[in-house]
Design a protein around this ligand. Structure first.
Ligand code: COA
Length: 165
């Protein structure tokens, strides 16, 4: 049975080990996973859209059947453009559920054929968020367990710390 292409969208500012874990696991289930990097964020971003796309490509360079691409505008339009009907979202805690449920339903109203699949984030990463990582990085703490190594160096560079060798 072929499960086709799944789209994993987000802002990824920055891409975390929690995101990485979802992509890796999804890539074992679906024929192809497209990591769709949203260009416009209501939040003040640390990394530009191009920087986020490049960062995720580097972090996933040895993961097979994964593509990374930026998108603008409505997610549902992008999903259909990619000839997919599957959206993947990671759920960390019960508190994520309300927001995810609302977004999945809004997407369903806009495009009935699109289905959202939820994957539980590995419990190792359920405490993580991009905001927490930026805070730890800014204050010079150890966040090496929280992001892929290439992302760690980019964050250190942003905050003026020495990159790891
Ligand atoms: N592990 C760890 N952290 C995770 C995680 C995981 N598996 N999944 C999500 N997170 C965290 C992120 O670190 C981030 O933390 P922050 O709030 O501190 O920044 C937070 O959850 C948000 O996740 P992220 O994946 O970066 O982006 P998002 O959930 O905000 O993405 C879009 C939202 C881009 C999918 C949505 O806004 C969208 O579709 N935009 C396009 C426009 C559109 O169609 N809008 C209508 C939507 S109904």
């Amino acid at each position: 049975m072929s499960l086709g292409t799944a789209i994993y969208p987000g802002f990824f500012d920055p891409f975390t080990m929690g995101h990485f874990n979802i992509v890796e696991r999804a890539s074992r289930v679906f024929d192809k996973v497209v990591v769709a990097v949203a260009a416009d964020s209501p939040k003040q971003g640390l990394f530009s859209s191009d920087e986020r796309v490049a960062m995720i490509k580097e972090a996933l360079k040895s993961t097979k059947n994964v593509e990374v691409e930026g998108f603008k505008g409505l997610l549902v339009n992008y999903v259909l453009e990619k000839k997919s009907i599957v959206l993947i979202r990671g759920i960390r805690t019960v508190s994520d559920f309300e927001y995810e449920f609302q977004m999945a339903l809004a997407n369903k109203v806009m495009s009935e054929e699109i289905e959202t699949f939820f994957m539980m984030t590995d419990s190792k990463y359920s405490y993580l968020s991009s905001t927490i990582i930026k805070e730890v990085a800014r204050l010079g703490g150890d966040f090496s367990q929280m992001v892929p190594p290439s992302v760690m160096n980019l964050l250190k560079a942003k905050y003026g710390h020495q990159p790891a060798r």
